[in-house]
Design a binder for this molecule. Sequence first.
Ligand SMILES: [Zn+2]
Length: 403
Amino acid sequence: MRSIPRLRTGRPGRLAGLAAAAALVTAAVPLLAVGQTAAVRHDPSTACALPDPSGWTDEGHSTDYAQFQRPQGVHTAAMIFVDFPDAPAEEPTDRYYDFLAPAQDLMTQFSYGAVELRITPVKHWLRMPESSTDYGMQRGIGWTQQAHYVKQAGELAARYVDLSKYDMLYIVPPKNATAITFSPAYVYDPTNPNLIVRGKEVKWGVTVGQDMWHWGPKVLLHETGHSFGLPDLYSFFDRNVHGYVGGFDVMGNITGDAPHHFGWEDWKLGWLANRQVACLASDGTMAVRLTEVESLGGTKIAVVRTGTNTAYVAESRKPYGVDSSICKSGVVIYKVDSSVNTGEGPIRVQNSSPGTPTTATCDEPVDWGAYKPGQTFRDEEAGVTITVNASSSTGDVVTVTKS
Ligand SMILES: [Zn+2]
């Protein structure tokens, strides 16, 4: 039995009092307390949901759950271990399972308990028929090559376990199989033949590689996130790989300092209810009391829609849970563009303090980009301002205007 971490529930903060005090520091922007109705509007949250122009992994809301896993409930994964004629395993499978198993508890924390990941290790080394160097398991690999690897591994495992009972297949090689370098997600492609076990297609999984030793168990969070339809938030093309979101969100830098998913993604995944989203889709002003994204309950994101595929989002980030090492807490403001492809910056954090010196562990300027009381984000062209009015240990109050 593994323990399920107790989720932090949203606790009443001191925001009401702070909100009053904050009028002193934001004289230019009238403070509107939550619940105040005059001149304050909230559009229905659905008016801020963005479409999915690409239909693949992106930040739009209409995820195709014929292709991707629905990110709710119990998800089972068979973890199988494969070695090779040129790279025979030298250690028991337990070492590998034990290293990756914390992904299960992490999934509970990341999803507010919406998803329970159950990994069953199949404790045999299965000898693959080809050399580890023959599978091409490096960056740039195509779906067909990866599917070939999955098919061979799955057919070996099917002698020991009924794979038709599992949602996913995690395939783990030994440490000396250095040619298996990285850990791409395996996501069902309806146009290609998949591995079929007892009449059921193996649609999703991760072909784990040596980078697991660098990333740790969160690599399974990241890759399983792709099977839920999430895009990569690091850059495929820029030299500054983590310039868009720094250490925020496990879909960016897996070892980042604030790996909790952006609240926008929590909403897309259905881990936040519509009532937890404050939306401004037309001209107006809204004041929002945000509770930290790391805990359960409360309003999590303030969204101002700026176009067919674009929005700005403000959320509160605090040093708690998976974000306990966050570089700078406060209100994180980011631009979402659902027409931008995976790896090209569909989410871009806006930096309140671009001149802040970076450190060894907080090495991206946007790691220091959170907004504090008295600071205002502005996009003149989009007619958007977001002002932080107050802050407590569990949340922040913001005023959002669109004109
Ligand atoms: Zn990825």
